[in-house]
Structure formats: C-alpha cells, structure tokens
Design a protein around this ligand. Structure first.
Ligand SMILES: Cc1cc2nc3c(=O)[nH]c(=O)nc-3n(C[C@H](O)[C@H](O)[C@H](O)COP(=O)(O)OP(=O)(O)OC[C@H]3O[C@@H](n4cnc5c(N)ncnc54)[C@H](O)[C@@H]3O)c2cc1C
Length: 372
C-alpha cells in the first residue's frame, strides 16, 4: 500500500459502473487504473436510453438513484458529460393507465410530481394536434444523459487525472488478492473492483451462478423525431408502468390484466415502450427484453415493428424514419437488483442485474469506495 490514505485501486471495466468507482476513488485521493478489454466501452453503458430515472425507483434503488443524480451533474461540470435535468413524462392512453398514475401520485408521489391533462401533456411533447394521451405524470427530478458520449468523456477525465489511468484494449484474464492479470501483463493493487457487467461470470463463474446472472437482450432504435419536439422529458408509457417499482400496486396489476387482453404482443416481447430525446433532434426508442445464458445476436423485425407502432400511436406519427438499430445487452437476475460481493479478500465485484445501471451506477461506486 502506498500510504495509509492513498491506495492503488484496479478496476475491471470502463462502463458506467467501473468509471463510477474510478471517479469516487480519485475523489477520495486514491490511485486508479481502469482496464477495459475493448478499444472503447461499447456494451450496456453506450447502448441504453441515458435515462437516469430516479423518480420511478423504490427502496434501495431509489436511495442509490437519488445519490447518483448530483454525481451526474458534477460530471457535466468536470468531465463535459452531456446530461440535463429533463424530467420524465409518464403518458397514459387508457383509463387503466391513468389509474396507475393516480395511484402513483396518491401513494408515492416523487418530489415535485404533478398530473397533466391531455392538452398540457401534448404541449410538453409539442404534439401540435390531437393525441391519444389522456393524462400524464410529470416527474421533474430525473436526468437524461447522452449515453453515446457519457462514458467516453468520464474515461477521458479519469485518464487526464494525475492519479488516474485508463488502459483500453487490455483484457483481464484473472483476479486475485492484490493483483490483476491481463493479456498484457499484470497490475499490483491494494483493492480490485470487478465491474464487468454481464461478463462477471467470465472472471468469477461461481459468483455469477450463485447470483443467477444471465444476459438480457434488448432491441433498440434511433429514429428522427416525427416533429420538432424540443429537448423535453424522457417519455415512459403503459408498459413502463409494469416494470418500475414506483408504479407497483393494484392499479398496475389491473393494467397488466388489461394489456394481456388488449395488447398481448407487448407482453410477449416484454416491452418497455419509452423514448429519450437527444440534442440532435433524434429519439432513442425501445425496448424489448429476453433473457438467455448467451444471447443470440438476431433482432426480430416484428418486435421492432411492435415498438414503432406503439410509439407512432403515442406521438400521433404516421411513421418513423429509422436511423439505426442495435442490440442491447445487460446483466439480469431474478435473485437481486445489484450483485455486490467480495469473492476474495480485497476484491469487490459489482454488477447491476436489472436495467438501471445508468440510474444507480454512480452511487454504487461512491458506496464501495466509502466502505474501503
Ligand atoms: C438497451 C438498454 C437500455 C437501457 N436503458 C437504461 C436506462 O435508460 N437507464 C438506466 O439506468 N439503465 C439502462 N440500462 C442499463 C444500463 O445500461 C446498465 O445497467 C449499465 O450500463 C451497466 O453498466 P456496467 O458498467 O456494469 O456494464 P457495461 O457497460 O457492460 O460495462 C462493462 C465493461 O466491462 C468490460 N469488461 C468485461 N470483462 C472484462 C475483462 N475481463 N477485462 C477487461 N474489461 C472487461 C466490458 O468490455 C465493458 O466495457 C439499459 C441497458 C440497455 C442494454
């Protein structure tokens, strides 16, 4: 150990979770080496919506999300990350969806939340015409970050720090107490953080098996906004109400029953129909979910059509100009939301095993480092 205060921290993975640990460790005065197998991070942390959705979480995820929000804003200042307090608009198109919003606001209203009528919701989204949205909840605290540039900018900030180093294109092949083996040699460290996302089992197979870690494959698209929308809130819809803890309750269960009857195709693809608005006027839209031990790479065009049709209905669009499609991958498990373990003395493994790493990841880094 270099001194009682300054430790050498080696971090596996330059996704948001690895970089969260790097930022927290540098802020605490430690030395940091981040090792990333790819030439740039290209997995979950760049393939997502960039939605930092604190207001739709509950329990520990909500606590973590609230801790993460100010860290995101500090990285806007320090690292030039593109992130803004966009808020989240949750749109209801049916009475059952409106009932979920009523329940949210009555039972668990996030700070500053308010219910919008049809006209006000259409205004917020610049719809400029009649819409099927009958009500919406506006949740003002949330952030939208640009997921394509965020982790690259944080990595550049870490690399430019006098106590920071990021090694791209180097694969960690083994982790032990006090040392990380890589395909380019090794690194001595006082503490090792394994933030390998859904690949945690490549280094610690028993840990991944115990944690029930599998790969969740998601279908995503970038489309041109059908009309100028400004830079408004992230938009969630009825299927989002089945997914996030803050909506859970009798009304959400009733909605699930209704969707099973009226929109079974949305449940079949385990859709979370949502979008985030990007600075270039495009929308990141998605998504679908399916869990595998090893996810096949193929994207089903019918699934994309189901998403696009539902979004067209939401925004009153005839059709979308699709600019890009991609497969997302993240760690999933039905045993815990976040896998945190010490597989060896001086080694911490952290994988977010539900799709909220952009929302909670920055706080996980701060917590691990505080506990060192
Ligand atoms: C389509 C999609 C949409 C999503 N939307 C949202 C959202 O809007 N909001 C939200 O909060 N979350 C969202 N998520 C979830 C979120 O993106 C993830 O939870 C988060 O990015 C996980 O971060 P991570 O750093 O753990 O993993 P990753 O980003 O996968 O990073 C892990 C890194 O470790 C590296 N690595 C692995 N093994 C090794 C090794 N042996 N040696 C060296 N490097 C290694 C990998 O190359 C990778 O770069 C979404 C995810 C997807 C896929």
């Amino acid at each position: 150990m270099t001194s009682t205060q300054t430790r050498r921290i080696a971090i596996v993975g330059a996704g948001i979770v690895g970089l969260a640990h790097a930022v927290a460790a540098l802020d605490a005065g430690h030395r940091v080496t981040v090792v990333e197998q790819d030439a740039a991070a290209v997995l979950a942390s760049v393939r997502n919506f960039g939605h930092v959705g604190a207001s739709v979480q509950t329990g520990e995820l909500r606590e973590l999300a609230l801790e993460a929000l100010p860290i995101w804003m500090s990285l806007v200042e320090r690292a030039g990350v593109e992130a803004r307090r966009s808020g989240t608009l949750v749109a209801a198109r049916t009475a059952a969806e409106e009932a979920v919003l009523d329940e949210l606001l009555a039972a668990r209203a996030p700070e500053g939340a308010r219910l919008l009528g049809a006209a006000e919701a259409a205004d917020v989204l610049h719809l400029g015409g009649p819409s099927r949205i009958r009500a919406a909840a506006l949740l003002p605290g949330d952030i939208t970050a640009d997921p394509r540039t965020a982790v690259a900018r944080i990595a550049a900030w870490v690399a430019a720090h006098e106590r920071g180093e990021v090694r791209f294109g180097e694969t960690v092949t083994g982790v032990g107490t006090g040392r990380v083996e890589t395909n380019r040699g090794g690194i001595e460290a006082d503490h090792v953080v394994v933030a390998a996302g859904h690949l945690v089992g490549r280094l610690f197979p028993e840990l991944a098996e115990r944690g029930g870690v599998r790969e969740c494959s998601l279908q995503m698209l970038r489309v041109r906004a059908p009309h100028p929308m400004g830079l408004g809130p992230a938009v969630l819809t009825g299927t989002s109400m089945l997914r996030y803890g803050a909506f859970a309750g009798p009304a959400a269960e009733a909605l699930r029953g209704e969707l099973r009857e009226t929109r079974p195709e949305l449940l079949e693809i385990d859709a979370n129909v949502m979008l985030t608005q990007q600075a270039d006027g495009t929308l990141l839209v998605g998504d679908t979910h399916a869990a595998f031990d090893s996810a096949p790479p193929f994207m089903d065009e019918r699934w994309s059509r189901i998403l696009l049709d539902d979004l067209a209905d939401l925004l009153g669009a005839e059709r979308f100009d699709v600019l890009e499609r991609w497969q997302g991958l993240y760690a999933t498990s039905d045993r815990q939301d976040v896998l945190r373990a010490e597989p060896l003395p001086g080694v911490t493994a952290v994988s977010v095993t539900t799709g909220v790493g952009m929302t909670v990841g920055l706080a996980l880094g701060a917590r691990t480092v505080a506990a060192l």
